[in-house]
Design a protein around this ligand. Structure first.
Ligand code: FMN
Length: 216
């Protein structure tokens, strides 16, 4: 193992922009859309990738990347296998945290909230838009289960290609979307000298949002 200082020596002094209360929109979803416009304008690849943290039935956390596929006034949606490890976590603990890092913009957004499955109709609308190869992939992968080897996947794919030959691929029962309804959303903008801007939106009982500034 190299005995060097590679990790400790990496540091950036963030100075691209700031996030002041006067500039922040009252609605965090609108604020998110505005920052996502910047993500697209900056040409960031997979700017919809987010870390998703969940907790198992026995209280063990885990985290992985998923892709944000929709954002509306209800919250953040992503799609996955309901029988995967994350699916089992969400069945046991219907709460999660998500985090986006757009390093090119020196920004982070994180949110916590409750999670529920989206309706089968809504999942199907998305599933039917996916490339056929991904639809077949959903059938071929018992996500998060241990498999013998690569060939297990390839043969499962062939099997399902034959099964659905000449017809459209239906959405599996075990696959679909989840919606994270946020209670809290925080927008972080890096600033010089580690004195970053953090604006924290907290949902109120009347569904309006209270904005607080957090110390960096
Ligand atoms: C960029 C990127 C995007 C991903 N998008 C998804 C996704 O939208 N849905 C999904 O189920 N897995 C996605 N994955 C794979 C997950 O990170 C993870 O490996 C998989 O969902 C199994 O996680 P689990 O065992 O915790 O359930 C993505 C991985 C990467 C690196």
């Amino acid at each position: 193992m190299p005995n060097d200082n590679r990790y400790a020596e990496l540091r950036e002094n963030y100075q691209m922009s700031g996030l002041l209360e006067a500039d922040a929109l009252d609605d965090p979803f609108e604020q998110f859309h505005r920052w996502f416009d910047d993500v697209l304008a900056a040409g960031i690849v997979e700017g919809n990738a987010m870390s998703l943290a969940t907790v198992s039935a026995t209280g063990e956390p885990d985290v992985r990347i998923v892709l944000l596929k929709a954002l509306d006034q209800r919250g953040f949606s992503f799609f996955t296998n309901y029988e995967s490890r994350k699916g089992k976590h969400l069945a046991a603990n219907a709460t999660a945290a998500i985090c986006f890092h757009w390093k090119e913009l020196e920004r982070q957004v994180r949110a916590t909230g409750t999670v529920e499955k989206v309706s089968r109709e809504e999942s199907e609308i998305y599933f039917n838009q996916r490339p056929r190869i991904s639809q077949i992939g959903a059938w071929a992968s018992a996500q998060s289960s241990v498999i013998e080897g690569r060939e297990t996947l390839e043969s499962a794919r062939r099997l399902h290609e034959q099964r659905f030959d000449g017809q459209s691929v239906p959405m599996p029962e075990f696959w679909g979307g989840y919606l994270l309804r946020p209670k809290e959303i925080e927008f972080w903008q890096g600033r010089p000298g580690r004195l970053h801007d953090r604006l924290h939106y907290h949902r109120q009982s009347d569904n309006t949002w209270r904005i607080s500034r957090l110390s960096p």
